[in-house]
Design a protein around this ligand. Structure first.
Ligand SMILES: [Zn+2]
Length: 194
């Protein structure tokens, strides 16, 4: 289950790896811009290849396998704490493209049918987590950023920006709420079990 497993907070800013100790999920597309000034990670993190968005946007792969492998090795070498490098030891199946189905029983059925594989849910939302989080070994979510942007949400005292869609404090606050909701739904599920 995710709350006892691993919830990676999606982040735009690689520098957050240096500023927080919660697990982060960062896109290769973002990180490659910082190749000459990579931060040293003080928290565990996982790398999103960005392949899905590349394919969706351009209709083809623009990053070669060799380029990607080279980048991953550089990240691991210079930043450290990279989780995905270790995935070969304990295979984890990544399940994505469920974004639009998360509030339905369909996503839950998909994850349930894939059990007992060790699953990582890509880009999950809060509505999805409470439904099928217990089937996942790990997952990631950048939903906080979209939510803050869409609702012009700001934490008290954050007048310097229009919304907190790129704000670590907001992201951590959102993450706390997610973990709490996960624990609550887990508690309900356990108490219903015979
Ligand atoms: Zn803010």
């Amino acid at each position: 289950m995710v709350n006892r497993g691993l919830f990676y907070l999606g982040a735009h800013e690689p520098q957050w790896l240096h500023r927080t100790d919660v697990p982060l999920f960062i896109s290769h597309k973002r990180l490659i811009r910082y190749m000459k000034d990579l931060p040293i990670a003080k928290t565990r993190w996982a790398l999103d290849s960005g392949a899905f968005s590349e394919l969706a946007k351009y209709g083809e792969w623009l990053t070669t396998e060799a380029e990607y492998v080279h980048a991953v090795l550089t990240y691991q070498d210079e930043m450290g704490e990279l989780d995905c490098v270790h995935l070969e030891d304990e295979p984890i199946v990544g399940v994505g493209s469920v974004c639009r189905r998360q509030a339905t029983g369909e996503a839950t059925a998909i994850f349930a049918s894939l059990r007992p594989l060790r699953l990582h849910g890509f880009g999950v939302k809060l509505s999805g987590l409470t439904r099928f989080g217990h089937f996942l070994t790990s997952c990631d979510s950048l939903a906080w950023s979209y939510e803050a942007w869409k609702q012009d949400a700001r934490l008290p005292g954050h007048q310097t920006h229009k919304h907190c869609g790129n704000c670590l404090d907001y992201a951590l606050h959102w993450r706390e709420g997610v973990i709490r909701r996960m624990e609550e739904s887990d508690g309900h599920r356990t108490s219903r079990s015979p």
